[in-house]
Ligand binder design. Structure first.
Ligand code: GLN
Ligand code: ZN
Length: 759
């Protein structure tokens, strides 16, 4: 007999409310603690989560939500999919796991990439035709048993077999036409065995996460879903199966899942409200539990409980049983609003982080079973909080946006601009530059922390930044770079820094969200109309420029990236929000120009990552993304050179947008893909300046001058010399000075060799 789920969440943050896991991991990696100490921290975090979630009143508590690094890596390990190069290290299980995540000596780690369209990154499993799958690790079972011992029966969360294989990449040496999904039949026995073990341990339900179903899927991929859940569903003694598809609408996959022999389906009604109608058309749900994801698991706003309750109540007619839930795991939001006493009192009432979202779920669940009146006070309090008028409306911003005309996002033709810019800048062929940041040293970070605490005065802090800029400019002159940067010492984070200087953004103190492994970010909260009270980069750029006769680039973060790496208001379209940010940046761009900065770079590293999962939504997105960039950058004179920087390896879907950005110079990641991107760009008619990264800054490896000259020779086959720039793949922020200096010298020498070949 299938038990009811009632109220639940699909997953929970695991780094710890005070980033306890981060600290414990880093200590362990630094060999300052042992495995048992790390495991004890993990166990404590798990226990705390189970107790809290159960005490909060969730009817069904998710289990197995902890991970030492990443849940996709956990799944690969659990299925025994450990590539030979890691086995060969001869390490124990935990260190093998960390070697896959971080590399070990000369053994390269698994590739790290974006988890769908979130800011979380997972490790890409490598699966080949010969990968042997077994149930090599029983963590979901031990996790279940441990929670049970503490009196909390959980619903173990597993990464579903289809998504797991779709996220994997073919192992090196696999035949051309091999796809990891071809191995479905071979992973299913391990999953079946796990189901049996969980059943024996006493689990009522398990949850299989299949977010890959929210992206476009082929018929054969949908067949794989059918096969997988038929094989798991037909098992005799097993827990009830809940399949969770989130981050968008499930389209055709919903028909497949509704017809599958599983007991529950979780849908994301926040990113796809129209799923409500789709669900109503599914006769197959009549004997299933529908888990309604009505609380936004990815954003920080308080839920409109009345509206959510209406939705869930409507759904009751479509399924055997309806449960209330978050739209996805709460992994993507910070822990607790209560930890932010200094947040703007007009913003704070509107926020709900993980702890608050759990309470919302519980309240809604009770309203659904016992009627709204049974939780009337909670509903009332929520309504009152949402009614607090925030400073979201700025009529001057609105009026200005109304005034935007096509002429504001256009610059005269590129050839005209280019002639003027060439005359003004007088650069050698193959000009060398960097992407913006120089190493963020421990001392810089320490000084910033001291300044924030008030231990260092603002004037002292500024002087320390100026000192750093002096050193950075001197280094670049000494190395012989052509277009310099001030090095961004004042920016701990390129989004946070800009957000701190714009109205309409709030920043948090403890609002950490896991990005990958021990790395966390604190996304700013974009809550209201955005404007720029005063210039915030001009002082640094001007100071940098005062130190040299060479051009120094002004440096800004573009509107798309500002949105992508923030929590964004949901009461207006992203297009409007981006346009507001763009106008604020446009002011800054103009002020930089006025201060004598002739080259201005507006970074859009996140352009690719906000790309919608479904093809049909992409045009719209790319349209507003491009327009916002152009709105930010088209206010300058023709002689001012606009640069942009994009940093990802797969450009396929955004090539046309890169052309449409109209930047005079685009620096782009290319070292790892051997300049392939240049031909791709040429194929879509890109004919402006381009700086394909000539070395990979993600690795401490220092390139040789000959290697750089070779890459440039290759690049010159795709791009006319007059348009080619020379720069690293990305900013140098995470590197050390020794390797940075060496690498830049090699880069300049390589460019000189390439220039000589032109004579
Ligand atoms: N200008 C930024 C830097 O160099 C760009 C960073 C990025 O692309 N993520 O750090
Ligand atoms: Zn980059």
């Amino acid at each position: 007999m299938t038990s009811s789920i009632g109220s639940t969440i699909l997953g929970y943050p695991r780094i710890g409310p005070r980033r306890e896991l981060k600290r414990a991991l880093e200590k362990y990696w630094a060999a300052a603690s042992g495995e048992s100490e790390l495991r004890a921290v993990a166990r404590e975090l798990c226990a705390r989560t189970w107790r809290e979630l159960s005490a909060a009143g969730l009817d069904s508590v998710p289990g197995n939500t902890f991970s030492y690094y990443d849940h996709v890596l956990d799944t690969a390990t659990m299925l025994g999919a450990v590539p030979a190069r890691f086995r060969a290290l001869g390490l124990g299980p935990l260190d093998t796991y960390f070697a896959m995540a971080r590399g070990a000596g000369r053994t390269a780690p698994l590739e790290l990439t974006k988890w769908f369209d979130t800011n979380y990154h997972y490790l890409v499993p490598e699966i080949g035709p010969d990968t042997e799958f077994t149930l090599a690790d029983h963590t979901p079972v031990t996790d279940y048993l441990e929670a049970s011992t503490l009196g909390v029966p959980t619903r173990p969360v597993l990464l579903g077999p289809v998504t797991f294989l779709l996220l994997a990449k073919p192992a090196a040496g696999a035949p051309e036409d091999f796809r990891p999904l071809d191995r479905l039949a071979d992973v299913l026995p391990a999953y079946r065995r796990l189901l049996r073990e969980l059943h024996a341990a006493g689990a009522d339900w398990v949850q299989f996460d299949e977010p890959a179903l929210a992206a476009d899927r082929t018929e054969s991929e949908l067949d794989a879903v059918r096969t997988a859940y038929a094989a798991l569903g037909e098992l005799g003694n097993r827990p009830s199966i809940l399949v969770a598809g989130y981050f968008g609408d499930l389209d055709g996959a919903i028909d497949v899942l509704a017809a599958a022999p599983v007991e529950g389906l979780a849908v994301d009604l926040v990113s796809s409200p129209s799923t409500v109608d789709r669900v109503a058309e599914q006769p197959g749900l009549a004997d299933k539990t529908l888990v309604a994801g009505v609380i936004d698991g990815r954003n920080v706003w308080r839920t409109n409980l009345d509206a959510a309750l209406t939705t869930v109540t409507t759904l009751r007619e479509s399924a055997r049983d309806v449960a209330v839930s978050t739209s996805c795991s709460l992994l993507h939001v910070p822990y607790d609003v209560e930890a932010e006493p200094s947040l703007d009192p007009e913003v704070r009432p509107h926020l709900a982080f993980a702890v608050q979202k759990v309470r919302e779920v519980v309240t809604l669940g009770r309203a659904l079973t016992n009627g709204r009146a049974s939780v009337g006070a909670a509903f009332e309090a929520s309504r009152a909080a949402r009614a607090v008028t925030g400073r979201t409306y700025n009529h001057r911003v609105r009026a200005r946006l109304e005034m935007v005309r096509p002429a504001h996002i256009r610059r005269p033709d590129y050839e005209t601009r280019r002639r003027l810019q060439d005359n003004a800048l007088r650069l050698p062929p193959l000009p060398t530059t960097t992407v913006g940041s120089f190493p963020q040293t421990a001392d810089l970070r320490k000084t910033r922390a001291a300044w924030r605490r008030g231990d260092v005065s603002t004037e002292q802090y500024r002087e320390r930044m100026r000192e750093e800029i002096r050193d950075i400019v001197r280094l670049q002159e000494d190395v012989g770079l052509d277009v310099l940067v001030h090095g961004e010492p004042e920016r701990g984070d390129m989004v946070q820094y800009v957000a701190e200087h714009l109205d309409g953004f709030a920043t948090t103190e403890h609002g950490w969200v896991q990005s990958y492994g021990s790395r966390c970010v604190r996304p700013p909260i974009l809550f209201g109309d955005v404007s720029r009270p005063a210039p915030f980069t001009v002082e640094w750029a001007r100071y940098g420029q005062s130190l040299t006769d060479k051009p120094v680039k002004g440096m800004l973060t573009g509107p798309v990236t500002m949105l992508a790496w923030s929590f964004v208001r949901n009461d207006q379209s992203a297009a409007d929000t981006a346009a507001q940010v763009a106008l604020a940046l446009r002011d800054e761009v103009r002020d930089l120009e006025r201060a004598g900065i002739g080259v201005i770079q507006v970074d859009e590293p996140a352009l690719r990552e906000l790309l919608p999962l479904r093809r049909r939504d992409r045009r719209d997105y790319l349209c507003w993304a491009v327009e916002s960039f152009r709105l930010a950058t088209s206010g300058v004179a023709d002689v001012t050179q606009i640069h942009t920087h994009l940093c990802y390896a797969e450009f396929g879907d955004v090539l046309d947008a890169i052309v449409a950005l109209e930047a005079d110079v685009t620096s782009i990641e290319a070292a790892r893909s051997h300049m392939e991107v240049l031909d791709d760009l040429a194929a879509v008619g890109f004919a402006r300046g381009v700086g394909p990264g000539v070395y990979d800054i993600h690795s401490p490896r220092v390139p040789g001058a000959a290697e750089i000259a070779r890459l440039l020779a290759e690049a010159m086959e795709s791009v006319p010399v007059g348009r080619l720039w020379v720069n690293p793949d990305c900013g140098l922020k995470t590197r050390g000075y020794a390797e940075t200096e060496e690498a830049l010298r090699a880069m300049v020498e390589g460019a000189q060799t390439a220039r000589r070949s032109l004579r």
